[in-house]
Design a protein around this ligand. Structure first.
Ligand code: IMP
Length: 186
């Protein structure tokens, strides 16, 4: 079965609605405003999956933050982690003595975030915390411990709100479970 032209045909069910996403990200924005009061903060969005989360978060935060992006790849077009991380686009700045908040779409094994934490600490960041919109608790091998988690989800392949399958479905406005038939038999 291939990708259908309209995403709705390929979604099994809505896992997290737009309203729930908005509300939860709003709570985390308020928490971050509190936690980083009086401190410098560089928010690093991990492309491309975190793009919806980062814009949604930043429009809700009151604090004046600095923003940058990185692109890491661990999955390619597959539904399972390749285990090796590739830095596709780096920061264009020095992060020494900077408080960093990484904004990520989903943590599965945690290998991607573990790699990034090591990388940023090597560059002498003052502190590095993670906000992940989703965390697959079962898949999580405790490589990292994100301070801010939007939702814990079951071990199913999800798309939407920035998350993709083979670079498609990012524009689904909620988090949905992809029908197995879309990726099985590839
Ligand atoms: P980890 O290194 O195993 O934690 O994998 C994290 C990366 O895998 C995320 O940044 C996503 O790009 C991708 N990923 C993991 N699970 C899913 C999923 O259910 N849907 C879409 N992408 C996923």
């Amino acid at each position: 079965m291939g990708l259908s032209e309209y995403y709705k045909d390929d979604i099994e069910r809505v896992l997290i609605s737009q309203t729930d996403l908005n509300n939860r990200i709003g709570e985390i924005a308020m928490q971050l405003d509190k936690d980083y009061k009086g401190k410098n903060l560089l928010v690093i969005g991990i492309l491309k999956g975190a793009i919806f989360t980062i814009t949604n978060l930043l429009e809700k935060m009151q604090k004046n933050v600095d923003l940058d992006f990185m692109t890491l790849s661990s999955y390619g077009d597959k539904v399972r982690s390749s285990g090796s991380i590739k830095l596709v686009m780096d920061l264009d700045r020095n992060v020494e003595n900077t408080n960093i908040l990484i904004v990520e779409d989903i943590i599965d094994t945690g290998l991607t975030m573990k790699w990034l934490l090591d990388y940023l600490y090597k560059k002498k960041a003052a502190s590095v915390e993670i906000f992940t919109l989703l965390e697959k608790k079962e898949g999580h091998k405790h490589f990292v411990n994100p301070k801010y988690v939007g939702f814990q989800i079951p071990n199913e392949f999800v798309v939407g709100f920035g998350l993709d399958y083979g670079q498609y479905y990012r524009n689904v406005p909620y988090i949905g479970v992809l029908k197995e038939g879309v990726y099985k038999g590839e």
